[in-house]
Design a protein. Sequence first.
Length: 476
Amino acid sequence: MKPKRAAALAAACLILCAALSGCSSVLPFEGSDLESGKVGIAYEASIATGTKDMYYDLDYDSVLPAGLILYDDGAIRGVPKESGVFPFKAVMIDLNDREYYADFTLDIAAGEISYSGGTLADGTAGEPYSQSVATATGMTDIVYTVKEGTRLPAGLSLSEDGVLSGIPAEAGAASVTVAAAAGGCESVEAAFTFTLTQGEQRTEDLGRIVFEDFTLPDGLVGREYSESVRTAYGVAGITYSFRFPSGQGLPAGLKSDKELGLVSGTPADSTTGPITFKVTASAEGCESVTANVTLTVCDPEVKTTRFETEYVDSVPTLSGAGYSSAPSGRGMIQSMPGMSNGYALGYLNKPETVTFHINSAAAASAALVLGLGSEVGDFTYDPSMFSITVNGSEVDYGAISVKQTGSSEGDYESRACTVSPAVDLIEGENVISFSIKESPKATGTFSAVGCLFDYIELTGAGCDLSWRPRTANITA
């Protein structure tokens, strides 16, 4: 063999052997300083080389910052929870379990918390107090503590989730500096001020408990609520306990605190009218006394001319009839893309009344438009089948023709049906009711010809109209 050919063959053999042995010159896997990250901010980077059929792992004893994970495809993803410079060794592995190593460095900066103070609601000495100072942003799992050296008014304490609560023992101007901290961040401080007034002096020498029925101030969905039930007097050391009818409890978002004698939270649902629960006042050596406490939680008022039937306050109390079931309450709300807002009230094949409470800024005349559909064929309503009542007076509208548009729940639609004559609104609250009645035209097990009731609309009033839509009907 000639020397040149022998040399070329030897070189080729060396290259082949290198490839088979996984030599880094053939499959390079080189370390680097990765893109830096920040605590609390989603991070993503990759150490993959682009070579096919490879997967990646951390070498023994190597770790990533808490919150980050190295995936098989070489991607590093997550939300870092600690700051610092993190060197680590990674391994790239081929399908024959050959391993290639490289060293990397990842720099994670400390996270940032934004926190500002302000003025809290005032309280009363001797009465329960509860206010949240958990307003810091920028991180999750923030822990709140009172700054060292700060004195809270006697009787108050601060929880780790930022609730300042208790029964203050003294009146006067008060302030507190709170530190907000989270892993991988420097704590941030904020100052809050509030005033504690002197409460009414209750007689404590009657030898018996005096505790009478009362009504709490109304709550509003989405707005923080905190009210005391501590109205008993006559002896010292009175404690309170709650009892709810049928285990029903308070509206979603509210809770009772028997230690503080407090109803607090942010209500997520309104009540259907006032609800009543029992509170018992007790003291050592005295007979306990139970009072009925009434609470109403209202929905926020919204200005509009269209009033969606699925948001009617009384929907939870309705009952209906269907081909194979008898839904009630929120179960009567059907999801239908072809309807206004995507929902309609159905199963109205038995006598039932749907009532709207609408506020008018002034006395006015308005055209009443009904959004009605059908899933039981075409039919015509008249007052003997379907009555319309406005502020106690029944409307003689003649007849309303309703045609079935669509053939299944997914494509049923409603049509606007204008009622004649126009209706008269009074200034303030107007009560508009629609009653499905027994009907000789009903068939089978139905006792009435029911509609798909989509909405009502009042047009041409010339003044603001508003109501309180119970949106929790379709979100609870």
